[in-house]
Design a protein. Structure first.
Length: 182
């Protein structure tokens, strides 16, 4: 049975009736911003089943991510994790929750998710290379090529040098601790 997608106001009613909200984003994403009361079970850990409490004991589960894409693309994994429980996916994820006017817990002290940092860094370097090549010297275009090669390597091999470098930055101390404990 395919998991139904429901809007945030319906999710709120389900939660009031005892449903458990399961946030499938990474621990870093959850640490930066989450819905109060949501249980964090990253998507890659769901294949091992739900943690003992409270998600495993719940009769009804509502899964969510950032935008709804991760949950929609992994609905089969979510169905298996729910194992016969009544289960739903929150439409548009945490973004849909906020768009409906509901509050989240936001901690600015927590770093951005590492993938977002890589996207920001790669985008900035590519833009700087393009602008430098256009305004200063064609040699700056080489920067765009290096960034492209790095992204290609990361996609083909799973190794991202920029992510490794960013993880060593002082503002990512909390991410390093999370990576060590995982």
């Amino acid at each position: 049975m395919k998991i139904q997608t429901i809007p945030a106001d319906e999710v709120r009613r389900k939660l009031a009736g005892g449903a458990v909200l399961v946030d499938v984003r990474s621990a870093a994403e959850y640490g930066r911003e989450h819905i109060d009361g949501a249980v964090n079970v990253p998507l890659d850990k769901l294949s091992h089943g739900l943690p003992s409490e409270p998600a495993a004991a719940a009769v009804t589960l509502v899964f969510h991510c950032q935008s709804g894409m991760r949950t929609a693309q992994n609905s089969e994994v979510l169905e298996q994790a729910a194992r016969g429980k009544e289960a739903y996916i929150m439409e548009r994820g945490i973004q849909g929750w906020k768009a409906a006017g509901f509050a989240t817990v936001f901690d600015r002290k927590q770093p951005l998710d590492l993938m977002r940092q890589v996207q920001i860094g790669a985008g900035t370097l590519a833009l700087a290379g393009a602008l430098g090549g256009w305004l200063v010297s064609p040699w700056f275009y080489l920067l765009c090529g290096i960034v492209g090669a790095g992204l290609l390597t990361a996609g083909l091999t799973g190794f991202c040098g920029m992510a490794r470098l960013l993880l060593r930055m002082p503002w990512n101390r909390a991410l390093r601790q999370t990576a060590k404990s995982a």
